[in-house]
Design a protein around this ligand. Structure first.
Ligand SMILES: NC(=O)c1ccc[n+]([C@@H]2O[C@H](COP(=O)([O-])OP(=O)(O)OC[C@H]3O[C@@H](n4cnc5c(N)ncnc54)[C@H](O)[C@@H]3O)[C@@H](O)[C@H]2O)c1
Length: 344
């Protein structure tokens, strides 16, 4: 079978990662790149020894499928152009900037019969995949999703809900298989003039309570999901790829040590084996497989639309009462160092 000819539109920070992965996928061939910044685009094209196209239509004429990795405001027009020219497209998250655009794009994607995938990369995180397996036969009561980052490294042209929390709105909807019946959210604006720290609580018709926190003012990078289920407590670390299962305490005296002293078996912690594959590799491989094998993506345009719709509801609730923190204000005084007492 011929490899799938794939192009990348937008070769900035994330687009270059797509280029690297496509260049190493067995069933794909990186066949060209396009970027609004020609000097920059040429450099990347040279690095991968592929043609550079200044014009999107020229790139589309030479490929079967593309990754769309431009800034979010450009997603809608470019994705519609790809569909009009009959090209399969992987659109980086968020699917579009506005809900109205996402609704229109989801309809167009479904009518086209083409593979349209949205870059909700955490769906391909092997720790998340194992978490879902572990929870399959459990009754989930509540969960706590945390996506916390230091200030540097985020896209400040969009708020933290659209930039970071959208990863978790997609995971929540996937895990729960239903939309929340109520949402209550609060947020802080610390330095960007928009939401920099957000906490959302989501309630479901089946009773579960989910808390989602996203931040770009936290001096530590954390990506985690903690789940309280009737049967156990599960800790999933998406960054370091680990899943820990805390089984119920057995409240009985069970054991004797060699001196005959009884001790209590308090709890059992199981560490689940997680295969260490790069999420982006699995994500792009799934896209290529769907196109070559003619089946729809498991993260389709409609999933992108639903994640964005939940983000929109959360954001609207936060903006009703956004707390603006005066970042210039003096920090609380540190407690004075204890006076040294000189020995006489
Ligand atoms: N899945 C993830 O974890 C993840 C991580 C980072 C970024 N992203 C998403 O990827 C997208 C790009 O983010 P980034 O950080 O790489 O941005 P970036 O600014 O680093 O790169 C964007 C590139 O697109 C080019 N571009 C802009 N308009 C264009 C157009 N009309 N045609 C062709 N090229 C154009 C720019 O010149 C630039 O090189 C965003 O939608 C972002 O949300 C996703």
């Amino acid at each position: 079978m011929q490899p799938l000819k794939v192009g990348v539109i937008g070769v900035g920070r994330m687009g270059q990662r797509h280029c690297r992965v496509y260049a190493n996928l067995r069933r794909a061939q990186l066949a060209g790149v396009c970027d609004a910044n020609a000097q920059y685009g040429r450099q990347v094209a040279q690095q991968y020894d592929v043609p550079f196209y200044a014009d999107v239509d020229e790139l589309l004429a030479n490929v079967d499928a593309v990754s769309l990795v431009t800034p979010t405001p450009q997603h809608f027009d470019l994705a519609m152009r790809c569909l009009a020219l009959g090209k399969h497209v992987l659109i980086e998250k968020p699917i579009t900037q506005t809900l109205a655009q996402a609704e229109q794009l989801a309809l167009a994607a479904e009518a086209s019969g083409l593979v349209v995938q949205v870059g909700h990369i955490e769906r391909f995180n092997t720790a998340y995949i194992e978490l879902k397996n572990v929870l399959e036969n459990m009754q989930v009561l509540s969960a706590n999703f945390r996506r916390l980052s230091p200030t540097e490294g985020s896209n400040f042209d969009v708020d933290v809900v659209l930039d970071l929390m959208i990863h978790d709105t997609n995971l929540v909807l996937d895990l729960m298989g239903q939309e929340p019946t109520w949402v209550s959210a609060h947020g802080l604006s610390v330095f960007s003039g928009t939401i920099d720290h957000a906490v959302a609580q989501l309630g479901f018709a089946t009773g579960q309570l989910i808390t989602v926190t996203a931040s770009r003012v936290t001096e530590n990078k954390i990506r985690s999901i903690d789940v309280t289920a009737r049967q156990s407590y599960v800790e999933c670390d998406l960054l370091n790829k680990s899943v820990l299962l805390h089984r119920h305490t057995i409240g009985e005296y069970l054991n004797h040590n060699h001196r005959g002293v009884k001790y209590r078996q308090e709890s059992i912690v199981e560490r689940i084996q997680i295969p260490f594959f790069e999420s982006l590799f699995l994500e792009l491989q799934h896209f290529v497989d769907c196109v070559l094998e003619g089946h729809p993506s498991s993260v389709a345009a409609r999933d992108g639309l639903q994640a964005l719709r939940l983000v929109d509801t959360i954001r609207a609730d936060i903006l009703r009462q956004l707390v603006v923190v005066d970042a210039q204000a003096a920090l609380p005084a540190q407690p004075a160092a204890p006076e040294r007492v000189l020995a006489r």
